[in-house]
Design a binder for this molecule. Sequence first.
Ligand code: GLU
Length: 333
Amino acid sequence: MPKTQFTWCFSILMMRLVLLASLVGIARVSSAESSIVTLGTGGFTGVYYPAGGAICRLVNNERSLHGIRCSVESTGGSVDNLQRVRDGDLDLGIAQSDWIHHAYQGSDLFKSAGPDTELRALFYLYPEYFTMIARADSGIKSFDQLLGKRVNVGARGSGQRATLDVLMRLYQWDNSVFSEALELDPAEQASALCNNRIDVMIYTLGHPSGATKEVTRECESRLIALTGKPLKELIAKNSFYHRAIIPGGLYRGNREATPTLGVMATFFTTSEMSDDTVYSLVKSVFENFQRFRELHPVFADLDKEAMVAGKFSIPVHPGALRYYRESGLLKEP
Ligand code: GLU
């Protein structure tokens, strides 16, 4: 082969190799990007964190089938998750039904951010209870007796802080009605209560929970009922709330049932996530449901139909709907 022809053939070969290498490179980057999903949960002592861990574990167990790797991140809770999913900082999150509703509508705390119409539900997880726990020696028996007391109103970004603010507006209270209003993280509350730094801690979470077990075991403390006409009206007006009763006997020193406000812990993403990815995520959980139920005491009574058939205040992701219809969990077309 003449030298010029050889050089020409060689350069074509090189160009092809470069092209091939770059295509392989592109394919590798995009599959790596689309295969890692990050799930925002809550504090280490809550139920969101282990709930997210359980979801990711089931997804990762089937990684060879769908190529998705799910990783959990500890966060400040519902409001934080909704903001960070909107910012594209997280792909998935767990949030209370009340704050999902407000984020989608651009109402209440989300007024200045505006509506986030890209939000999509995957499924409900479990009921959460607005849980107030008071030192037994504080004598507090009801919500109005919080007046003049040392209360951990909680950290901003958490669902309980945001929901407490709603309740306080209902009673026309601000933080000055308390002798002290602290903004401690959920993980700091139990020791603050037992060390007598606060009279009341507040957490919206599923039961039975490790955080509630710990505090009721460590010091004499009581769950406080939340009842009354304003609350009844609030629940009647908003479908994302419900009346809830924390069963008696779950925790030391608390034999009576405790009526309070309930919301639903909801697993969500945005319309940005592909139908195939969402389909695989929900399939991994629902096809390994018995295992899922065993991963946390709060999941023990979960029921597949109830998790998908409830009335969500945001649209359900089409990838999730595909699985629910295909598996017969949802009957409509
Ligand atoms: N419901 C709480 C929140 O939205 C979190 C509860 C938990 O971590 O289990 O911040």
